[in-house]
Design a protein around this ligand. Structure first.
Ligand code: DGJ
Length: 368
């Protein structure tokens, strides 16, 4: 009996010691079973007094989705419990979520009216690389799922952005991808800015890759995603049930080449942090602000400070979490050759001269 008690105590102590006591960005982050958290490109939802962290399950040797979207729960943002797979890939041949597809950057928001948890994510169909450029939508009754997959598609087919009036449409009328033998010339970039690709994809729907979701104070929600060959971000309004686009959308930073959008609001100003487009390699974070979600957006210098600040500390933004105790910037340090070993960057956002600043910290603890 005594022996048993001693071994249980030792086991418990080992488990407690394995758990994270502070946030150390870039290092392994063990869950309550001592296993590195597997929820990449993710986002966090607070429901009741619990935080739910949703992210991509990454495998040992491939970035393709072999499992689906994982969910972890925590009361203090430090100690996380693995709640399992929230949205599972499918074994059905030809299914949108067929095992081996690319399923990235899942985000979940809660709809107060329908009382459903709504998940949106970037989806690439199996075997088609990054060609499909779709968003997917799933819904659940409970935060940890199971989420039921509803549909995947491209965005806003047959609809122009709200800022395209007569003048803009007259310019769009003159644009044609066939007129550009060479890409990345000033003339091509100008045409992209004017809507060259919006026109190209008008019938089939706009491309939808890296993404986030945002619920505003008035309950309206928005889907923000890299579109137009990752050259322009789109901000699309969601229907009241958070399961579809309404058809109202705006383009942000046209031809600016932004990925990895993350957004928060502070004192009536919307702040968006993005990355450039360099695959799994880190690059310099970008920051934008606006007093309306519909823009105009103004660009600011890189908000990161400290070692490797010019490379977002080796990471790429994924989400910004507003808590009672402060605002947290979340990013991923990708490990494309060993995806499961990818790491997390979580750092507080402070304000300096009324602008967000992300200062590197070797370790810190959220004070909730
Ligand atoms: C950068 C994106 O931000 C990631 O989510 C992923 O799609 C990689 N590109 C793939 O290279």
């Amino acid at each position: 009996m005594m022996k048993k008690l001693v071994s249980i105590t030792i086991l418990l102590l080992v488990a407690i010691r394995a758990e994270a006591q502070v946030i150390r960005s870039g290092e392994l982050w063990p869950d309550d079973e001592g296993v590195h958290i597997n929820a990449h490109g993710g986002g966090v939802l607070k429901y009741g007094d619990t935080y739910y962290w949703y992210g991509e399950h990454k495998a040992e040797n491939t970035s393709n989705a072999l499992v689906g979207v994982t969910c972890y729960s925590s009361k203090d943002l430090l100690h996380w419990h693995n709640c399992g797979v929230a949205l599972s890939v499918s074994d059905e041949h030809g299914h949108d979520l067929e095992r081996g597809c690319i399923l990235e950057r899942p985000k979940v928001i809660y709809n107060n009216v329908t009382r459903k948890f709504c998940m949106w994510f970037h989806l690439e169909l199996k075997g088609r690389g990054y060609d499909a450029a779709r968003y997917g939508v799933a819904v659940a009754e409970r935060p940890e799922g199971p989420f039921k997959f509803l549909y995947s598609q491209r965005a806003d087919a047959g609809t122009w952005p709200i800022e395209f009036g007569e003048k803009e449409l007259a310019i769009v009328d003159t644009l044609d991808v066939a007129n550009f033998e060479q890409q990345w010339t000033p003339a091509w970039l100008k045409a992209v800015g004017e809507g060259l690709f919006v026109k190209r994809d008008f019938q089939s729907g706009q491309m939808s890759r890296d993404m986030t979701l945002y619920v505003d104070d008035d309950g309206r929600a928005y889907h923000i995603f890299s579109s137009e060959d990752n050259l322009t971000l789109h901000i699309a309004e969601l229907t009241a049930d958070y399961l579809h686009h309404t058809g109202r959308y705006t383009r942000m930073a046209p031809a600016g080449h932004n990925e990895a959008p993350a957004i928060f609001k502070h004192d009536d100003t919307y702040w968006m942090i993005t990355s450039g487009c360099t695959g799994w390699e880190p690059n310099e974070a970008r920051m934008f602000s606006s007093t309306s979600i519909w823009g105009p957006w103004q660009q600011h210098p890189n908000p990161c400070r400290g070692p490797k600040a010019e490379k977002t500390f080796g990471g790429q933004s994924t989400f910004i979490l507003k808590t009672d105790a402060g605002i947290i910037f979340m990013a991923d340090i990708w490990r494309p050759r060993h995806p499961i070993d990818a790491r997390y960057i979580w750092l507080p956002i402070e304000f300096e001269d009324s602008k967000p600043v992300i200062r590197w910290r070797d370790e810190w603890k959220p004070q909730l």
